[in-house]
Design a protein around this ligand. Structure first.
Ligand code: 5AD
Ligand code: SF4
Length: 471
């Protein structure tokens, strides 16, 4: 059962924030620097969580900085979806040991998916003595209490998840951007896809109340935010605990009643739950960006079953057909895993055929990574690394052709683009994304950052569009 934390429960954490603020302010008045840095790995949900963590640290009186070396408190928000994300987080954190030698006041904490399971939290406790605290994804709201214990009692704290499906409202936030915002609408996952660690580290599915979400979006629109992305591991099962009161399509429709100049995105969808009702709402609401991210994972019905995905290729394709019949210009992206245990050349060929059939605009492809504790990790027909990499390259190569084809078809169109500022890869150009979430590079003044501009597309390559601003 999920539990929306009461105002009284949240007030306890606010008191800890105040207590820490007193300590931090008194340290500062003695000339001590009090900076905090939040380092984030993984998905958008983690980015959203980190903005709340930064919000709490800011309320405690810390100044938020970008560089770990400038910080007196470092929090690493970790990912566990694939092995290399875990290894990277551990090795980076390992490097912080020497920062403690330079700054004995430095406090280091690790949060997020990697340390949500008690076994991993214990490993950190015993193998990383310079880590002061650990908190699981369900304990984020308790960060003030944890930090207070570390500071005032000089104690290490290890708070892995314990199965509390909590929803915490009113946590302060410091957002990275002043025109793009994440809004979590639900937490956790109940699907147990056999390869995936998420249900074990993010706990059971639970939704925020629709009023709380609508209020947050309204505030963002009032503040001038232009792009708001609704987040959940499986947004299509939003609101199940509210009965018929408000499903995801209803929520989207209610949000779109907010007046203003903004677009709404959402992710991630699960093909077994994505409904025609949702597609109908998308088609009629001008605020909803015409982009659908619908992870297929594999084109083989046999593997979809092994993955516990609960849909067939035909069911998936009929959803895509329905989307395109309602929104002919919709852009579609997907996630695919290569090298799932037992994947044969025929299975992989079925996946390649889906690319040819759907002609996705964007593909996020992943090499299967064995996650301890998941059913797929115990399957005895694991695929050799060399086979996985070879299939991965073939998949990417195949997709490049379709992406380029799609992007070339945009040449000559004028598309509305939210300008995100200077391109990181091409400093002379500005960058932004179309409603369909495609990257566009164009010339223009930096004052366009955070604004919608109309771009006439002049060139389409596999990974980006190019164009010019038009009135
Ligand atoms: N190995 C590789 N990719 C994975 N994903 C989830 N778990 C694994 C894993 N064990 C991918 C899925 C999911 C995306 C966010 O990450 O494609 O949709
Ligand atoms: Fe993982 Fe499947 Fe849940 Fe997505 S739906 S988070 S892939 S278990």
């Amino acid at each position: 059962m999920s539990h929306i934390l009461t105002e009284a429960e949240m007030a306890v954490q606010k008191e800890y924030i105040e207590k820490i603020r007193n300590i931090v302010e008194s340290d500062k008045s003695c000339g001590k620097r009090r900076n905090a840095c939040v380092v984030t790995y993984g998905c958008q949900q983690n980015e959203a969580d980190s903005e709340r963590i930064a919000g709490m640290l800011n309320a405690m009186g810390y100044s938020i900085v970008d560089k770990e070396a400038d910080a007196d408190l470092i929090i690493v928000n970790t990912c566990a979806v694939r092995d290399h994300a875990e290894k990277r987080a551990l090795s980076i954190t390992g490097g912080y040991n020497h920062l403690k030698a330079v700054n004995p006041d430095l406090i280091i904490g690790i949060g997020g998916c990697m340390v949500s399971q008690p076994a991993m939290s214990d490993k950190v406790k015993h193998s990383y003595p310079y880590i002061d605290f650990v908190f699981g994804t369900e304990k984020i709201y308790m960060v003030p209490e944890i930090i207070y214990t570390v500071i005032s009692k000089d104690k290490r704290v290890f708070s892995a998840n314990s199965g509390d499906a909590v929803v915490a409202e009113d946590i302060p936030v410091v957002r990275e951007s002043n025109f793009k915002a994440w809004v979590s609408i639900m937490y956790g996952c109940n699907n147990f896809c056999t390869y995936c660690i998420v249900p074990y580290v993010r706990g059971r599915e639970r939704s925020r109340r629709p009023e709380a979400i609508i209020n947050e979006v309204q505030e963002l629109v009032n503040e001038g935010y232009k792009e708001i992305t609704l987040l959940g591991q499986n947004v299509n099962s939003y609101g199940k605990e509210f009965g018929d009161e408000c499903d995801f399509a209803d929520l989207l429709e209610r949000i779109c009643k907010i007046d203003g100049d903004y677009i709404i995105r959402f992710m991630t969808s699960h093909p077994k739950d994505a409904s025609k009702k949702l597609i109908d709402v998308m088609a009629k609401e001008k605020h909803v960006a015409k982009h659908f991210h619908l992870p297929i994972q594999s084109g083989s019905d046999r593997l979809l079953k092994e993955m516990n995905r609960h849909y067939t290729l035909d069911q998936y394709l009929s959803l895509i057909d329905y989307m395109r019949s309602k929104m002919p210009d919709i852009s579609i992206s997907t996630d695919i895993i290569v090298g799932f245990p037992g994947e044969t050349e025929e299975d992989f060929d079925d996946t390649l055929k889906v690319l040819e059939k759907v002609k996705y605009d964007m593909l996020f492809s992943f090499i299967y990574s064995k996650r301890d504790g998941t059913p797929a990790a115990k399957m005895d027909n694991q695929i050799e690394d060399s086979v996985k990499s070879e299939r991965f390259s073939r998949l990417i190569k195949a997709q490049e052709v379709y992406a380029e084809e799609n992007n070339k078809a945009d040449v000559g169109k004028t598309l509305r683009v939210l300008c995100e500022g200077e391109s990181k890869t091409n400093k002379d150009k500005l960058t932004g994304r179309t409603e369909g979430n495609k990257i566009v590079l164009f010339d223009g003044d930096i004052s366009n950052k955070g604004k919608f501009v109309n771009i006439k597309i002049t060139e389409g390559a596999a990974f980006a569009l190019y164009g010019n601003i038009v009135e």
